[in-house]
Design a protein around this ligand. Structure first.
Ligand SMILES: [Fe+2]
Length: 299
């Protein structure tokens, strides 16, 4: 996937673990479904944080729109808002509306289900029953994207107690063997790169989720946020990733060196739904352009 000439793409190696390689058939690249993943904007309406966080989101949206080949789906894996206030979701909606591609998102621990329903309910993919977890499934080409609400109770960690795992199982069974992506904010795999590798309140729930997903050969990818780093892992033997945060002031580890650059994870699937390639695009942002975008958005 090539960005337009106004962006100079470079592929970053900011991850431990193997990168999948593109597979070619008879010298020709197979037809692809492309999904772009970004996460954790932590939008905040306070005077101290609004400008920078909003500029980071605006820059990510601009960069996705400038990609030469538009993605089939843009996915965002939670912590859209920093304090779960409606003003933060209004900022998000204003910019996400500008995406040329179809987009969906899962909630993070910072997010408010109520505000999300109020702000995004018209999009049609979210369950609207009061207090219901924000689980959903949408089709993208041969794939089904399953969004799972991993928000816990009272901590910033994830949760998947028995009834929630039953809900995930029901969604997986409904896919009926077609290739699927499972996405949730909290990674249900150990993040050895951080001081607290287990980001579920009860790790037995994460282990149970691994067992559940291991039973579905049609799951091709598990895509997560929360870690603010890009980390490769496995869930039930399937490739799993956390993506680093879009909020440039919250990036951790080697990604701190990126400054305010845009970082997008790109997944390419064959047209029969197999994951063929995973890479991160880093798109440098001109400092003046970033400041201008933020100023315009604040007006
Ligand atoms: Fe976050």
């Amino acid at each position: 996937m090539l960005p337009c000439p106004s962006f100079q793409a470079r592929r970053a190696r900011l991850v431990e673990g193997p990168e999948l390689q593109p597979i070619q058939a008879n010298g020709a690249i197979l037809p692809m479904i492309r999904i772009v993943h970004f996460t954790d904007t932590h939008l905040d309406a306070s005077p101290e944080l609004r400008t920078r966080r909003e500029a980071d989101l605006a820059n990510h949206v601009d960069a996705i729109n400038a990609l030469e080949q538009q993605p089939d789906l843009v996915i965002f894996t939670g912590d859209m808002a920093n304090t779960g206030q409606s003003e933060e979701y209004a900022i998000a909606r204003q910019h996400l509306n500008r995406l040329h591609s179809r987009w969906v998102f899962v909630p993070g621990n910072r997010d408010s289900r109520r505000c999300i329903r109020e702000t995004f309910g018209d999009l049609g993919f979210l369950p609207m029953e009061r207090d219901a977890p924000l689980d959903f499934a949408v089709e993208v080409g041969p794939l089904t994207f399953i969004g799972f609400d991993s928000k816990g109770q009272g901590t910033n960690k994830g949760a998947a107690p028995g009834e929630r795992l039953a809900a995930l199982r029901a969604m997986l069974e409904a896919v009926d063997g077609r290739p699927a992506i499972v996405s949730m904010h909290h990674p249900p795999f150990e993040l050895h790169e951080i001081p607290w590798p287990r980001q579920f309140e009860d790790w037995a729930e994460a282990e149970a989720m691994n067992e559940l997903i291991a039973g579905f050969d049609n799951v091709k990818l598990v895509a997560c946020g929360h870690a603010h780093r890009r980390i490769a892992g496995e869930v039930g033997g399937k490739p799993a990733w956390t993506m680093l945060c879009a909020a440039s002031d919250l990036r951790k580890g080697p990604a701190k060196d990126l400054g305010a650059d845009v970082a997008l994870q790109v997944y390419e699937f064959s047209d029969d739904g197999d994951l063929r390639n995973t890479e991160m695009l880093v798109l440098p942002v001109d400092g003046d352009a970033a400041a201008q975008t933020a100023t315009q958005a604040a007006e």
